[in-house]
Design a protein around this ligand. Sequence first.
Ligand code: PEP
Ligand code: MN
Length: 265
Amino acid sequence: QTSRELHPEDTVITLPHTTIGGVGNFVMMAGPCSVESEAHVSAMAKVAKDGGATILRGGAFKPRTSPYSFQGLGVDGLKFLREAADQQGMDMITEVMDEEHLDVVCEYTDMLQIGARNMQNFSLLKAVGKTDKPVLLKRGMSATIDDLMNAAEYIAAGGNTQIALSERGVRTFDNKYTRNTFDVSAVPVLKKLTHFPIIADPSHAEGHWDLVTPMALAGTASGADGIVVEIHDNPEKALSDGPQALKPHTYKEMTHEVFALHDML
Ligand code: PEP
Ligand code: MN
């Protein structure tokens, strides 16, 4: 069901405020890595919207590398993100980390995110495949293109074909200066192989805020259907992924350039 050969038309995902995929549609998703508080996510939603995003991102359940790092606000985080999205007339996306939380996440969100670390959590993929929520499936950091396609197939096999795929960087031999390596060619390869929309995530690919705009532009130029990016007004104090967060003015410059480039294509 994932193959372009069997299904030549682009998959188009329709959310209340956003259309993802299809010719001419280009989506901006932005927000903090983690939902940190009601007031903070509300302020970040305003910034996201002002820069042209129509989907607010934020993690309530966080897949942290260390068990001692901030794990997210849980259900309170879902509530705060929902309120902030509604205040701005935006759609909401958030990560579901395990099946146990799937029902409660679905109660609040418009779109589910499957994180890189869960890309091959097949029981979670099957469970998400039985919901009616659109899914952003992120590429695992060591996953091949075929691994990603097969993971998408797990979701689609359950009946849910509202899937977007995200290139968020993979591990390579030299990740000293970048958190991962943004596999820019994965975008046109996936566009060729599959009919699902492709969303570039330059934040997790790069890990450093000053590399985010160049890779957002590269992702756009390579044919992505949208960008997902992390923003924070005070990155030094962010509870997760501060070094890669764009401050509000940099974010707005980035979206301005990205939208202008997309219009030229
Ligand atoms: C995130 O979006 O904050 C995240 C944890 O992303 P990834 O799963 O790609 O690391
Ligand atoms: Mn993050």
